[in-house]
Design a protein around this ligand. Structure first.
Ligand code: ATR
Length: 275
């Protein structure tokens, strides 16, 4: 019988996940069906229960349900625990395992696709919401020289620093306090791009040869990447690769096989007219 998987969110119509997982399944000759499920804003748990009852084996979870998915899971992986949010559910023997593959996806994209080393480098993470929180532990696991979290509202960055105190050395600053420092990798985890804005960070933060990475993606440069280019970042990358890599990490959790992400990423990038 074909194994069933799905991505659940609201809205969900534009999700690329069904295509990504269909490509992974074809490539690895896995017999599975993956579709998109639109859950009502107050109907997440009911929609998951219905999917499980119909034989569902796993789900990806996207906006706005990642916190509810965390609450729903019976067990969590360490990285989901640290993220406080779940983007991948695995249903096994009547139990729900909650995982979070976003941070692993970001790290894989930086290391494998972009060729940007993290070990020994100075990392700056912009933002202190769920997106930032989800990637901190996987970034710390790469043994950077330093990881600094900066946020428009400095107190939220400090909260993250305190939450991860046991996991490694994390600095927390307001944007203005970054002035005078330099970083090798600057990652935008704010939602500023949604409003067509770039985070108001001081100029001069990009070390020679540094990488600017936006967890969002779009057809052209995001506002953050356009600003980074103007400020001298050596390399620009957006979150399309992270999307494909987090999917691959979910696929690995479910199927025990890590798909080859490159052809899938190339196809999606090509559709954005930039292959
Ligand atoms: P998410 O789950 O996507 O991280 P969130 O929890 O609402 O969403 O967090 C949004 C993040 O983007 C926050 O860090 C927010 O900064 P504040 O904590 O100061 O609100 C940041 N953000 C949103 N719009 C921004 C902007 N125009 N400039 C800088 N940061 C912005």
């Amino acid at each position: 019988m074909t194994d069933r998987y799905a991505v659940i969110g609201n809205p969900i119509a534009h999700s690329k996940s069904p295509r990504i997982h269909a490509a992974f399944a074809r490539q690895s000759a896995q017999d599975l069906d993956y579709r998109a499920i639109l859950a009502p804003l107050d109907g997440f748990a009911a929609a998951v229960a219905q999917f499980v009852a119909s034989g569902g084996r796993g789900m990806n979870v996207t906006v706005p349900f990642k916190l509810e998915a965390f609450a729903l899971a019976d067990r969590h992986t360490a990285r989901a625990e640290a993220a406080g949010a779940v983007n991948t559910l695995k249903f096994e023997q009547g139990e729900i395992l909650g995982d979070n593959t976003d941070g692993a996806g970001l790290v894989a994209d930086l290391l494998r696709n972009i060729g940007c080393p993290l070990a020994g480098n100075r990392l700056l993470l912009l933002g202190a919401g769920g997106a930032a929180r989800g990637v901190i532990l996987p970034l710390l696991d790469q043994s950077p020289a330093s990881l600094t979290v900066a946020n428009r509202t400095a107190s939220r960055a400090a909260q993250l620093r305190d939450a991860f105190a046991g996991h490694g050395n994390l600095a927390a600053l307001a944007f203005a306090e970054l002035a005078g420092q330099q970083f090798d990798v600057v990652i935008n985890a704010t939602s500023a791009s949604l409003a067509g804005a770039a985070p108001a960070i001081p100029p001069g933060l990009y070390a020679p040869g540094s990488t600017a990475y936006d967890m969002m993606y779009g057809r052209g440069l995001t506002p953050f990447l356009a600003a980074a280019q103007a400020q001298g970042a050596g390399r620009l990358a957006d979150g399309l690769g992270m999307l494909v890599e987090q999917a691959a990490e979910s696929f690995l959790l479910w199927r025990g096989v890590r798909p080859d992400t490159r052809p899938v990423l190339a196809e999606l990038a090509g559709e954005l007219h930039r292959a």
